[in-house]
Structure formats: C-alpha cells, structure tokens
Design a protein around this ligand. Structure first.
Ligand code: SF4
Length: 150
C-alpha cells in the first residue's frame, strides 16, 4: 500500500489560519486505499493557529500585517519533505491556493483575493523532489492511481 501525504485541513483538522478547516468529504475515500500522513507545513514551521493569513510576493511570504514569515514556511516545507522521504512517499493531496500547499494557484500577494498561477512553498519543494502533488480538485485522479496500486 502507498503512503501519501494529505493536507491536514482537508481531513478536518482545524489548522487553517482562521482556526477552521477545509474538510473535503471525498478525501475519506483515501483511507481505505492508502496509509495517510497528515501534514500542515505552516504548523510544522512554528506558526500558531489561528494566525494571520499570508501570501507569496516576490518569492517571500508576507502576512497581512506585513511581517516576513518566509523562514517559517520553508522550515515547514523541509520538515514535510523529510517526513515524505522517511516514508517513501510518492503522492500528496494538497489544498489548492494555500501559500504552502497550493498546487496550481495561489493568491497574488496583495490580499485582495486575486488568484494567479503558482505553487505554494511546500508543494513546489515536494514536486522538485519527484513527489507527485495533486490539488483537492484532482482527487479523482489520485484515487484512480491508488486503486490500481492495490
Ligand atoms: Fe491546510 Fe496546508 Fe494551510 Fe496547513 S498549511 S492549513 S495543511 S493548506
């Protein structure tokens, strides 16, 4: 059985910046198809919940009060990568648009809800290390791969 990483907020953990989650019922289907390791790179990087929202701008991660939190985001990303390597992880299901976990889209750094093409800090690092990253919108594709691997 594969072991995969899943953004913890997708499975209902209240680790989102505002203290809530991004629960996706469909992600429950993964439980019978693989072993799941829940990750929250922002928490791993030492940020508390709730916390201020952050966005990526010019390669740095800045929170809504203009504090540079880039180091926290990279600490969390490298911790996530270490966990992935230790567990021979090949796939990850990650929360779209997050500055950590976004797979195809992120916010543009102006805190005006404007989305642009781009990846979160953790998603990018995982991809660079040959881990295939899926957004929650691509969960069906991931489920298909996992079904074939059983
Ligand atoms: Fe969810 Fe990722 Fe944000 Fe954590 S860092 S709350 S796992 S989107």
């Amino acid at each position: 059985m594969e072991t995969i990483l899943v953004s913890a907020c997708l499975l209902g953990e209240n680790c989102k910046y505002d203290g809530g989650n991004n629960y996706l019922k469909k992600s429950e289907e993964l439980k019978s198809l693989c072993d799941i390791i829940l990750i929250c790179p922002e928490t791993f990087g030492g940020l508390k919940t709730p916390r201020l929202p952050s966005e990526i701008k010019n390669g740095r991660v800045i929170n809504s009060k203009n504090k540079d939190v880039t180091n926290n985001f990279y600490d969390g990303a490298y911790m996530t990568l270490a966990i992935a390597k230790e567990n021979h992880v090949r796939y990850a299901l990650l929360k779209e648009r997050s500055p950590s976990c976004g797979v195809h889209q992120i916010y543009d750094g102006t805190f005006t809800s404007k989305k642009i093409e781009g990846m979160g800090i953790t998603s990018k690092l995982l991809k660079e290390n040959n881990i295939k990253v899926f957004s929650e919108d691509e969960i069906d594709e991931l489920i298909l791969i996992l079904k074939k691997s059983i």
